[in-house]
Design a protein around this ligand. Structure first.
Ligand SMILES: C[S@@+](CC[C@H](N)C(=O)[O-])C[C@H]1O[C@@H](n2cnc3c(N)ncnc32)[C@H](O)[C@@H]1O
Length: 256
């Protein structure tokens, strides 16, 4: 038992140190390894949703995403696409169920490039199948936290932030901001604290308390705060559907 406890302590402090390291610039290169390894929060909280191949097969449908997002998915997707011009080089920071990545690849077009990164092998292989025939789109099996030396035009982070614990949110936000060129953008679309009288607030609150323990961080803290209000960027935010969802765009100043 003692051995198990000390192994857990060692693992947790390794993860903390790893996350702390990405909040400083310049970022060190990660150690080479066989695979990215599954983050603790993903294994404990979201195994059923993203790591179980059978469930992934049932969940990977457009109607599932639409239902989960209260039929706002198309509108939110369009809000992302409005920030991206055909021909640009785009990094998508995790897979999304349904047609999102395929439509994004089509929006970017063959003159552009779409790179998707996901830490779960099941998701990587499903997404590769969905993108078959779109040679300008590719999927890498990697933890977003470990990305280094990217200089893309736009990073798209669609409903990833709410699934990660606070330290991971900070680490990933720092990595994503470091991945865009001067003049480029990071586009976050995610949950947001709804208006107090929003009819869907009670059920969303219940779902978060039961299934999504890190989601309410976004009710209490602005996404830009997780990024330390990085002064190299100009920030703007829009909310949707009575405040239940938000788009936050961080545009990197040209001279930096
Ligand atoms: C983008 S989020 C949620 C998207 C949305 N709820 C949907 O309908 O799919 C889910 C994805 O994030 C991936 N993910 C979670 N943490 C990650 C990390 N640190 N690095 C890369 N991918 C990660 C999971 O493997 C999963 O495929």
């Amino acid at each position: 038992m003692d051995y198990v406890r000390s192994a857990r302590v060692a693992r947790d402090s390794f993860q903390d140190a790893e996350i702390a390291s990405v909040q400083m610039r310049p970022l060190p290169a990660p150690a080479a390894s066989a695979g990215p390894g599954i983050p603790d929060y993903l294994e404990k909280t979201y195994h059923w949703a993203y790591l179980d191949p059978r469930n992934a097969k049932y969940l990977d449908h457009e109607w599932v995403v639409k239902t989960i997002l209260w039929w706002q998915h198309r509108r939110l997707e369009q809000a992302v696409f409005a920030e991206i011009e055909p021909g640009q080089h785009v990094l998508q920071s995790a897979c999304v169920y349904g047609d999102f990545s395929k439509l994004l690849a089509e929006h970017v077009g063959p003159e552009g490039k779409l790179q998707i990164v996901d830490v779960a092998e099941v998701q990587v292989s499903n997404c590769r199948q969905k993108l078959a025939g779109l040679s300008h789109a590719s999927v890498r099996h990697e933890n977003v936290l470990h990305l280094r030396n990217e200089t893309v035009d736009v990073v798209c982070c669609y409903f990833l932030m709410h699934e990660m614990p606070k330290d991971y949110k900070r680490g990933v936000a720092a990595v994503l901001l470091n991945s865009v060129r001067p003049g480029g953008k990071v586009v976050f679309v995610d949950y947001h604290k709804p208006h107090w009288a929003h009819p869907i607030k009670p059920v969303t609150s219940l779902v978060f308390d039961t299934l999504e323990p890190y989601a309410k961080d976004l009710w209490r803290t602005e996404i830009r705060s997780f990024a330390g209000n990085d002064p190299r960027f100009t920030w703007r935010k829009e909310t949707y559907f009575g405040g239940l969802f938000q788009k936050v765009v961080a545009t990197r100043n040209k001279e930096q």
